[in-house]
Design a protein. Structure first.
Length: 445
């Protein structure tokens, strides 16, 4: 049996619950009014999540009105679920609170030798601290940043470097991959590793890059095995384009920190307020992992995931999250070892509202029917242009959590998590969208 989902202007939810082996048909239809009692709303959500086709699935749903403190709906709200990219809700909120919206990354370019007559007698050195903004997504064309760096080096009178192009320092000393990432994810763009130097979200550059206006697909050859070296390779390509030679080439490993170094210049990144939309709207894993390690580096003195997890856990407890309501293993949610409860997510979404930089957080979220991972979802429903929420999707896990304004003008917070089903994942996603649309149309009698 086949079925297409019809999306009209949504005013209510009608669900046809079919036998377990059949396809679930869900239609958004127009009703005569927007009003709905709380009991009717609960019945609608129960009908959606309790269909016989979901008898083997685990659902966790929590919907609250933070202004009144009322719980409009709760189902398994204290249970733990794989959150997928809803883990980014935790990472981004903690980063905004602990680092601040104006936080910037600083990449320092130095020499360990003297410059005479356009010759640097020594090495060109780079100290990175995780700047994730040298990417096509944040700079339109990532290579323009490298060309600008090469121009700066040339402006210091350097045309030839007798030594190598190398990095010193080790801001992120642990694995480039998140805890428990599956091997087959590591071949995909979303599974690229991260380090204190990272170019274009961890995608490996070609040996000699074509001009910046070349089609993007011709520029990259999959995730970099060594993100920091890939950054240096991209910089070396720019040096070649600008007529600067590096006699010893790119050094493969970290050099010991020289006793004497002279700073040429410092590259300052875009601020965190501009980084968060690049993280949240497309659900960018590498930025999330960098932010996690940055929390560890800046607030704990060690840029490792282990250090950061302890600090984020402390922040969650300070926000009033229950100690048994979370297990954090990475920053992005790609790890299947992450666990969150709907209660935890809703608590964080509530507490971040009290932050003076909440507008930065709110505006960074995907908007239903408008942009990000929600661009093509909930169109033609009251949720379009209204719901601001983070999506999540890995095998056997779907999530949707965020904010929605009701027909009464009340801003609600919701978290919808689902794990372990045998239907196509799109059926689970559709239910989340149906619930969000119902909340947007909700008017308390």
């Amino acid at each position: 049996m086949s079925c297409s989902f019809t999306r009209k202007v949504a005013r209510a939810i009608v669900v046809a619950a079919l036998p377990f082996a059949a396809t679930t048909c869900v239609t958004l239809t127009k009703a005569a009014h927007l009003t709905s009692s709380r009991a009717e709303l609960r019945h609608e959500i129960d009908s959606l999540t309790s269909q016989s086709v979901f008898r083997n699935a685990n659902w966790g749903v929590l919907i609250v009105n933070p202004r009144t403190g009322d719980t409009l709906y709760s189902k398994n709200a204290g249970k733990l679920f794989m959150p997928a990219s809803n883990m980014k809700i935790i990472t981004s909120a903690a980063a905004l609170t602990l680092l601040g919206p104006d936080y910037t990354y600083r990449t320092t370019f130095l020499t360990n030798g003297e410059v005479r007559d356009s010759l640097l007698d020594g090495d060109l050195l780079v100290i990175g601290r995780g700047d994730p903004t040298v990417s096509d997504n944040m700079r339109r064309i990532a290579t323009t940043v490298m060309d600008a760096l090469a121009d700066s080096i040339r402006a210091h009178g350097i045309r030839q470097i007798t030594g190598s192009l190398a990095r010193v320092g080790n801001a992120f000393p642990d694995s480039i991959y998140g805890y428990g990432w599956e091997w087959d994810d590591l071949r995909e763009y979303y599974g690229a590793g991260v380090d204190e130097l990272i170019f274009n979200e961890g995608m490996a550059p070609t040996t000699l890059r074509p001009p910046p206006d070349t089609v993007r697909d011709s520029l990259y050859s999959g995730p970099a095995k060594d993100p920091a070296k890939a950054y240096l390779d991209a910089l070396n390509d720019a040096l070649v384009r600008k007529g600067i030679t590096v006699d010893a080439g790119v050094h493969d490993s970290i050099l010991p920190t020289p006793i004497k170094m002279d700073t040429l210049f410092v590259l300052v990144s875009l601020p965190l307020r501009d980084i968060l939309p690049a993280l949240m709207k497309p659900s960018q894993n590498q930025i999330a992992e960098i932010l996690l390690k940055t929390i560890g580096l800046e607030r704990g003195g060690l840029g490792t995931a282990d250090s950061a997890r302890k600090i984020v856990a402390q922040q969650l407890l300070a926000w009033g999250v229950q100690p048994d309501g979370f297990i954090i293993r990475d920053g992005s949610g790609l790890s299947r070892h992450d666990l969150l409860s709907p209660e935890t997510i809703v608590r964080v979404l509530d507490r971040i509202q009290r932050d003076t930089a909440f507008a930065v957080y709110y505006n960074a979220m995907p908007i239903a029917g408008v942009d990000g991972t929600l661009k093509d979802r909930m169109k033609g429903t009251p949720a379009e242009g209204n719901v601001r929420a983070k999506t999540g999707s890995i095998a056997a896990a779907r999530s949707l959590s965020g904010y929605v304004t009701t027909a009464d003008g009340e801003r609600l917070i919701f978290s919808i998590l689902a794990n372990n089903w045998t239907l196509p994942g799109s059926a689970v996603t559709t239910v989340g969208d149906q619930i969000a649309a119902a909340l947007a149309a909700y008017r308390e009698r």
